[in-house]
Design a protein around this ligand. Structure first.
Ligand code: NOJ
Length: 546
């Protein structure tokens, strides 16, 4: 059997901790490291292999911490370096690996480099993308690029003497100036930051906007307006998915490989095709990249099967594993998304929560089935905190509570991503449903405690226990997550495949279907029919027949 101890990332189930909303240890309304440490036992019992923690660095938090002011420290709202080290050590003691978030496309405007740039330091300015204004008065932006969050991607500096200065590029919020990755100082700094955390035992990094660091030096106009994370219709895009970005990752790979055990990376790269995605995980580049095809897929057999086949095909060509993702802190939660007429999602910043009614019961039924589909597939899988509780998107957050910069930058037309970031419910009653404070930074809706861990713990049919059972089986059955996938013919619009000792079937027709041949029913996302058939929008795990 293949030894996976060093390339655990090929089949790991990784739990995304949105730290600000996970567990509040000091009662200030925001999650923190102390809270996370107190819940490591929960994650261990859930059965995941690793945690990915969203940015926990000092930050003005104008984009949820993706505006990093210091890459080598901890935001005092979340704790300190000693607590971070204790967390890493305690997670390791439980067999949980720890992945942090690296944000290399931009810093915060509070980063010491940008502050120096503001103060007029030319060497510091050369680390960012700064250009003179255009137009008769030099007061127009250098080009027509738009921020993903809305509005121009350029903001003008004010010089220390109060006069107007050059414009700086920010593909996201104005508080997130883009770095100039043609500057060797930028490369050196990030290599040093990687080592800083690797030396502290961190097992890997998720790379934010991994497809965005290389820009066309000529900064040409784009010619179209929407602020998009993806731009499939544009060839030779001036800032997304340019070939130059790959050299950065070859360098980073050498750093990761210089450790024992080697460290790993997962790229957040919203690219157009599975082939482009595969470029990020060629043998001398990154280990894995998020595959957002399940987020974008429609809830029907051709769309889901197409996503699976395309990803497996393109990634096996470069000997990389696929990753599977149903949601994260940027997209509408699947229990809501899958209850809509249009079930496909996108990145939350530029694909806002869709209008229209939601069938919550249907959404949850499908989300449970989707979980069994995802966890049966070969490759690694990412769970976003709260999906194991079947949490819905909170669609009615009061406007004054909204924090996503998209809300302001879109002129209050796009509410943004806060609805999937509401603090977790741990207990049925008590302070913020066990989150740990009298109130929380985003208000929890009424009845949130009914979805809590405590409420689901002893209910064998709860979503929490479905995830626990699936993760236990995935661990114990031979080949699940690692063996090749073979499609089975179970009729049109029934997705059925074998991988290792497991058969998974998902009924996407509009009537119950018979189960594929098997020796035992292991797990179902909902009750089977009285005749043992597989109901619509239901998935089953079966032991392979003799
Ligand atoms: C992707 C992150 O997931 C998102 O939350 C953030 O707003 C952008 N990158 C900018 O860093």
């Amino acid at each position: 059997m293949r030894d996976f101890s060093h390339d655990w990332w090929r089949h790991a189930v990784i739990y995304q901790v949105y730290i600000r909303s996970f567990a509040d240890g000091n009662g200030d309304g925001e999650g923190d490291i102390v809270g996370l440490r107190s819940r490591l036992g929960y994650l261990h019992e859930l059965g995941v292999d690793a945690l990915w923690i969203n940015p926990w660095y000092p930050s003005p938090m104008l984009d949820g911490g993706y505006d990093v002011a210091d890459y080598r420290a901890i935001n005092p709202r979340f704790g300190d370096l000693d607590q971070a080290q204790a967390l890493i050590d305690e997670a390791h003691a439980l067999g949980l690996r720890v992945i942090l978030d690296m944000v290399p496309n931009h810093t915060s405007w509070d980063h010491r480099w940008f502050r120096a740039a503001l103060a007029g330091d030319q060497q510091a300015r050369a680390r960012y993308l700064m250009r003179p204004g255009t137009g008769d008065h030099g007061d127009q932006p250098p080009n027509d690029w738009r921020s993903v969050f809305g509005g121009s991607a350029w903001t003008r500096l004010t010089e220390p003497d109060g006069s107007p200065g050059p414009f700086y590029l920010h593909l996201f919020d104005a508080s997130q100036p883009d770095l100039d990755w043609t500057n060797p100082e930028v490369h050196e700094e990030f290599i040093s930051v990687l080592r800083y955390w690797f030396d502290r035992g961190v097992d890997g990094f998720r790379i934010d906007v991994a497809h965005g660091m290389a820009k066309d030096a000529a900064l040409p106009n784009l010619g179209y307006q929407p602020g998009m994370l993806e731009a499939p219709e544009v060839e030779d895009h001036p800032f997304w998915d340019r070939d130059d970005v790959h050299q950065i990752y070859r360098d980073w790979r050498r750093v990761a490989d210089s450790y024992d055990p080697p460290r790993m990376f997962v790229a957040e790269a919203w690219v157009d095709t599975a082939e482009r995605m595969a470029n990020y995980v060629r043998p001398d580049e990154l280990h894995t990249t998020f595959n957002f095809d399940f987020v974008r897929a429609h809830w029907n057999a051709p769309s889901l099967r197409g996503a699976i086949d395309r990803s497996l095909g393109a990634l096996s060509a470069v000997d990389a594993p696929t990753t599977w993702v149903l949601s994260n802190h940027d997209v509408e939660r699947q229990a809501t998304r899958l209850g809509r007429a249009d079930t496909s999602g996108g990145s939350g910043a530029d694909a806002p929560v869709k209008p229209g009614s939601v069938d919550a019961e249907l959404g949850l039924q499908r989300a449970r089935a989707a979980a069994l589909l995802m966890l049966a597939l070969p490759g690694s899988a990412y769970l976003y905190q709260g999906e194991e509780l079947g949490l819905p998107e909170v669609l009615d957050l009061p406007e004054e509570a909204l924090q996503d910069p998209t809300w302001e930058r879109s002129g209050h037309t796009i509410r943004g991503r806060d609805g999937c970031r509401v603090p977790l419910p741990w207990t049925v009653a008590g302070r913020s449903a066990g989150f740990g404070a009298d109130g929380s930074w985003l208000p929890q809706p009424a009845g949130w405690g009914k979805l809590s861990v405590e409420a689901q713990e002893d209910d064998p049919s709860s979503t929490l226990n479905l995830y626990r059972a699936a993760l236990r089986l995935r661990r114990n059955l031979d080949g699940v997550g690692t063996a090749e996938l073979t499609w089975l013919d179970a009729g049109a619009d029934v997705l059925a495949f074998r991988s290792g000792d497991l058969i998974c079937a998902l009924n996407l027709t509009d009537a119950p279907v018979p189960l594929p041949e098997h020796s035992e029913v292991l797990l179902t996302s909902g009750d089977l029919g009285p005749d043992g058939s597989l109901p619509v929008d239901t998935a089953v795990w079966l032991a392979v027949g003799c």
